[in-house]
Design a protein around this ligand. Structure first.
Ligand code: ACM
Ligand code: ZN
Length: 555
């Protein structure tokens, strides 16, 4: 019997007439409505055409690539009609990220409310396809795409993912791979953490030493064994050309890149280059350890605002994003209390009482905000900036739980929800958190499993309808103090990003059904050789071995 089954399979492959079925009900994030239609499926096969309307050529090119990567089937693209048609809804007033997807025996039409909406329709088609066999080159089967009508749009306009490239530098090629992963999950904002105490990672042409010297960390603390170091330099920064290339790469995938220049704390790498901008005058080393540094920019020194303006001037040239993140988190005020320059400046500005130093921070954030407003940009800041008199146009990123986000929405600020107990992906995915074990790669702390991420409700129940409008959407953060390799980044990201993606997209959630659909998504992860945390113990062990092997190569 086995012989005949194998023979039948071989014959099917030889005559190229094996059919496999697409499944729209198995994708993440789950579309708003999926209706089966009467009629024959559309049969997708080699040499069919993706026809695209004006403005959708990049979507067509990417869809052809995705179909090839997923199934081995080669499609061509051309403007106008095709077997798969990419079109735009001319009617105004719809959710721009929404789309309709119609499959009949005659073909597939994806009609987006905007090019981005069309792209999400392409992603839906891509994710519904059956993936090819390991090692398969070219088309070995056709795909039956069932006659279906899908209407879809996301619950939230902002769906973000962050990557810390300061604590550990990741090559531009990996940043692109990361962006590919975000696109697979319908994420539309990449928050790129580019500067911190432990490394300055973006070229500033008028201040070349910032990146040349500020990116070089002489040594790094070993895990959390404070005071012990690896004694190996850690270096790397992105040239502006590389950053622009990444911005363009992301834009093709309808992802906006939000750069973060964290200020006035988290600036020790810059102080290493410009020690005169610190309250003590230094010297300062690019910080080789983790935590919150006491040394911050001197708020009373006019050179501080000059530095900030010179940096931001170039940042807006490289990054077209409407939002620029200026940090504002974890800025101790100890130095400012003792610094004559800061105190004289606070007096001159009329800052008084116990909020005197808080007003110094507020001054820096407001000046940076005003400067960026001159370029038509708005700021995002971590929730600490609520402690000052932030302007109504600033957007708050709520990370110390959801309370900051609730307070901000009530004060009519736009809010991005990234509460650490749901959205910090440097936290463990397992309760197994011993150091140096081979069960789970090293993490920062805490336990944020997939189920927990899935529970995230970006819009807290405490907010009324009017206040809820200020919640732009959710974001996950991948801080990399304890994550040194691309595989480890991927493992921390996946599949938790799938849960976050559904929190940002799908209005009615169901974890059991999500888990069923995750099985299909992980087949896509395997197709691209993404490292992730499998649900199955044996597979998980193999993935951990792969990460550990990556560390050995690096060391
Ligand atoms: C943060 O995690 N310090 C924003
Ligand atoms: Zn000072």
């Amino acid at each position: 019997m086995k012989f005949f089954t194998t023979l039948a399979a071989a014959l099917l492959i030889l005559c190229g007439c094996e059919h496999r079925k697409a499944d729209f009900t198995a994708i993440i994030p789950l579309p708003l409505s999926i209706d089966s239609l009467e009629g024959e499926p559309f049969v997708l096969e080699d040499n069919m055409v993706i026809g695209y309307a004006e403005g959708l050529e990049d979507n067509a090119t990417l869809l052809a690539e995705y179909v090839k990567e997923m199934t081995g089937i080669t499609l061509t693209t051309k403007a106008g009609e095709g077997d798969i048609r990419l079109t735009l809804n001319e009617e105004q007033g719809h959710n721009p990220d929404g789309y309709n997807l119609l499959v009949t025996s005659q073909g597939v039409t994806i009609c987006g409310n905007s090019p981005a909406g069309n792209f999400y329709g392409c992603q839906t088609l891509r994710k519904a396809l059956p993936v090819k066999d390991a090692g398969q080159e070219g088309a070995k089967y056709r795909v039956d795409i069932p006659a279906t009508q899908i209407t879809d749009e996301p619950a939230f306009a902002y769906r973000g993912a962050h990557l810390d490239c300061s604590r550990h530098f990741f090559p531009a090629e990996f940043v692109k791979r990361y962006i590919d992963i975000l696109a697979l999950h319908n994420i539309n904002n990449f928050h790129w953490h580019l500067t911190d105490d432990q490394g300055w990672r973006i070229e500033i042409k008028s201040l070349p030493e910032l990146a040349e010297k500020g990116s070089v960390r002489k040594k790094t603390v070993i895990r959390k064994q404070w005071g012990t170091y690896d004694n190996k330099p850690h270096t790397g920064y992105y040239t502006q050309e590389q950053a622009k290339d990444i911005v363009a790469y992301a834009a093709k995938r309808h992802i906006n890149v939000i750069p973060e220049i964290d200020m006035p704390g988290h600036m020790v790498a810059a102080l290493h280059v410009y020690p005169e901008l610190g309250c003590t005058g230094g010297p300062y080393e690019v910080w080789p350890t983790w935590g919150v540094a006491t040394d911050v920019l001197c708020a009373g020194n006019p050179g501080t605002m000059d530095l900030i303006r010179n940096v931001l001037k170039e940042i807006v040239e490289v990054f077209p994003s409407h939002y620029i993140h200026i940090g504002g988190d974890e800025c101790p005020r100890d130095r400012w209390r003792e610094c004559k320059t800061c105190q004289a400046f606070a007096t001159k500005m009329g800052f008084k009482g116990e909020k005197r130093e808080a007003q110094l921070q507020n001054y820096i954030m407001s000046e940076a905000e005003r400067y960026l407003a001159g370029f038509g940009r708005e700021i995002i800041g971590w929730d600490e900036i609520l402690e000052g008199d932030v302007s109504p146009t600033s957007t708050i990123m709520s990370w110390r739980g959801s309370d900051g986000g609730i307070e901000a929405a009530r004060a009519a600020h736009k809010v991005i929800m990234t509460p650490n107990d749901y959205c910090y992906f440097d936290h463990y995915q397992s309760p197994d958190q011993e150091e140096n074990n081979d069960k789970e790669p090293f993490g920062n702390c805490c336990y944020v499993p997939l189920e927990k991420v899935y529970e995230l409700t970006p819009c807290p129940a405490e907010l009324n309808e009017e206040e809820s409008k200020y919640i732009l959407g959710p974001q996950c953060n991948v801080w990399t103090e304890y994550i040194h390799t691309p595989e480890h980044v991927e493992y921390m990201l996946l599949p938790r990003l799938a849960a976050l993606s559904e929190s940002g997209w799908t209005k009615v959630k169901d974890f059991t059904d999500f888990e069923r659909r995750l099985a299909s998504l992980t087949r896509i992860y395997d197709t691209y050789d993404y490292c992730y945390r499998p649900r199955n113990e044996e597979a998980q062990k193999k993935m951990v071995d792969r990460i550990n092997a990556g560390y050995e190569v690096k060391e």
